[in-house]
Design a binder for this molecule. Structure first.
Ligand code: ADP
Length: 514
């Protein structure tokens, strides 16, 4: 480790220790606050290393500084975690819903109290501006509170019987051990949206967080331990990119795991589904998108620009529901392009930990290369850059927020998810053409449109082939809504009153001889 890195690590540890010892004084501590430096994975209530002692580095994407090193686990440790989760399931499923709810509420409350520390950890490993990180923590923990409530309302049915001698019931029961694999773009919320529902339903979990952002996952374990969530109920297995497929394979193929819940790319989702076939697992898949953002002639253009900015540039464009293609009708096209470029020109690009930053780095240099390849392809085929269009001087993980007009269907940006700060603007003439273009993809996660025409609003809302649609709105996520996609964007729904069903089996019980 270089001297600069080790100085930075020491100062990070001191900062975390100081702020956490302030926040944690009122709670029973089983470990010292400095354990929040997270050098260990969390299995069966123990903070453990990899069996061979191997670790991998976690770096700050803004500057490449080393934040921590965590265990690089493999199949063996994953199997151990699954075994413990299976043991814990025998006990956790027999807790009453209210007992589980009380623990989940306490878990929510302690994370709410420590929101700032969780946000700092998140920004350090993911790069998003602190204000966004704080928002993500608020959003993530809200699922724990939501499902703490929903767990108390898992009703079965008493079914009117067709036979005098029989009584018929539906019971709802937890599916069992769940393997949960999550991405780096929402290191806290993508875990809690799944784990909150799973634990409330009575399931136990083995989480494999993304290799870029394991610290946020471990932080949630720290607080789960503090409030007494029993050993084995929540396990986090950390591993490097090199071992992700091995760890994933154990989760998918183990007969002790009853369900896989994944958020990430469609390509990886398909691999996990194939691997889950032999044990006939339940699966939930929240996969990639290619969202169209449509602005019709009747739209309030200023509102549409604000919506496009919020949808496109949040998380530096690295969210699965980000607008990927912006379609604007011909009468308002020039005005929209000009206004969008003006707003984007005011962005402040920098380290997410610095005050005033609105756009952080991308997660790594590969992500920057992808944005750059989309920009170069668009320009070569006639796209006109209005702002940005190049790598940013801040460093190798930064890309200048970009707007390109005169985009055509043959450009890469129309068929691939850019996952970066590039807004490509396409001109269209008719509603029919816009809907056709919007649906001309195998993805179907989110879609957005701006219009003031009520009949058009109904038509387009019904015609877009997506799981979620924003109408005169660019920010659509919320705890209470069913989040998820259709087509190759996935299966199942998270959040809302439906999210808990993903973790429950329905058992039919027939009472004879009545
Ligand atoms: P991204 O391209 O956004 O990183 P991925 O789908 O590759 O999306 O990654 C999302 C999560 O899936 C991460 O936790 C990653 O480690 C994990 N992952 C990637 N490939 C595999 C695999 N073959 N098996 C299991 N997990 C995987």
């Amino acid at each position: 480790m270089s001297q600069k890195m080790s100085r930075k690590l020491v100062s990070d540890l001191k900062l975390l220790t100081k702020s956490l010892s302030t926040h944690c004084t009122s709670i029973q501590q089983s470990r010292s606050a400095s354990s929040l430096a997270f050098k260990n994975a969390y299995i069966n209530g123990q903070w453990v290393t990899a069996e061979d002692g191997r670790t991998f580095p976690v770096r700050n994407p803004a500057n490449g500084d080393l934040i921590s090193e965590v265990p690089d686990m493999q199949a063996k440790e994953t199997q151990t975690a699954v075994n413990h989760a299976a043991d814990a399931f025998k006990r956790w499923k027999n807790y009453t819903a209210i007992e589980r709810s009380i623990l989940l509420k306490k878990w929510h409350d302690i994370m709410a109290k420590n929101q700032e520390d969780l946000a700092q950890i998140l920004t350090a490993e993911n790069g998003k501006p602190l204000a966004e990180a704080r928002g993500e923590i608020g959003y993530g923990i809200s699922f724990v509170e939501w499902f703490a409530e929903e767990g108390k309302r898992i009703y079965g049915d008493v079914i009117p019987s067709a036979f005098k001698s029989k009584r018929l019931l539906h019971l709802k029961q937890p599916v069992g051990v769940c393997g949960i694999i999550t991405p780096w773009n929402f290191p806290n919320a993508m875990i809690l949206r799944k784990v909150g529902a799973a634990l409330a339903a009575g399931c136990t979990v083995v989480v494999k967080p993304a290799e870029d952002t394991p610290l946020s996952a471990l932080a949630t374990c720290y607080f789960a331990e503090q409030v007494g969530i029993p050993a084995g109920v929540l396990n986090v297995v950390t591993c490097s990119h090199q071992h992700a497929s091995e760890v994933g394979r154990v989760l998918c193929q183990s007969p002790k795991v009853s369900k896989i819940s994944f958020t990430g790319s469609t390509a990886t989702g398909k691999v996990l589904m194939k691997q889950s076939i032999d044990t006939m697992k339940r699966v939930s898949m929240e996969l990639g998108g290619n969202a169209a953002f449509i602005v019709f002639n009747s739209a309030d253009v200023d509102a549409a620009v604000a919506g496009a900015v919020a949808s496109k540039y949040r998380g530096t464009g690295q969210t699965c529901i980000s607008a990927n293609r912006i379609l604007v009708q011909e009468e308002v096209y020039d005005e929209f392009c000009e206004k969008l470029a003006k707003v984007v020109s005011q962005f402040v690009v920098g380290d997410g930990q610095e005050d005033g930053t609105t756009q952080g780095p991308l997660i790594n240099e590969k992500a920057v290369d992808k944005v750059d390849s989309h920009v170069k392809d668009a320009v070569a085929k006639g796209g006109k850059v209005l702002i940005g269009g190049e790598r940013h001087v801040k460093g190798p993980t930064f890309y200048s927020p970009t707007v390109i007009r005169d985009i055509t269907e043959d450009m890469l940006v129309c068929s691939e998810e850019t996952f970066g700060p590039l807004a490509p603007v396409i001109k269209f003439k008719t509603e029919e053409e816009a809907v056709l273009l919007a649906n001309s993809t195998r993805f179907g996660l989110a879609g957005y449109f701006y219009s003031q025409d009520i009949r058009q609003i109904w038509r387009v809302a019904e015609d877009l082939e997506v799981g979620m649609v924003g109408i005169n709105e660019g920010v659509i996520s919320s705890t209470s809504i069913a989040f998820g996609g259709i087509k190759e964007s996935g299966l199942g729904r998270e959040g809302s009153k439906y999210g808990i069903d993903e973790y429950l089996n329905i058992k039919y019980a027939c009472f004879g001889g009545m």
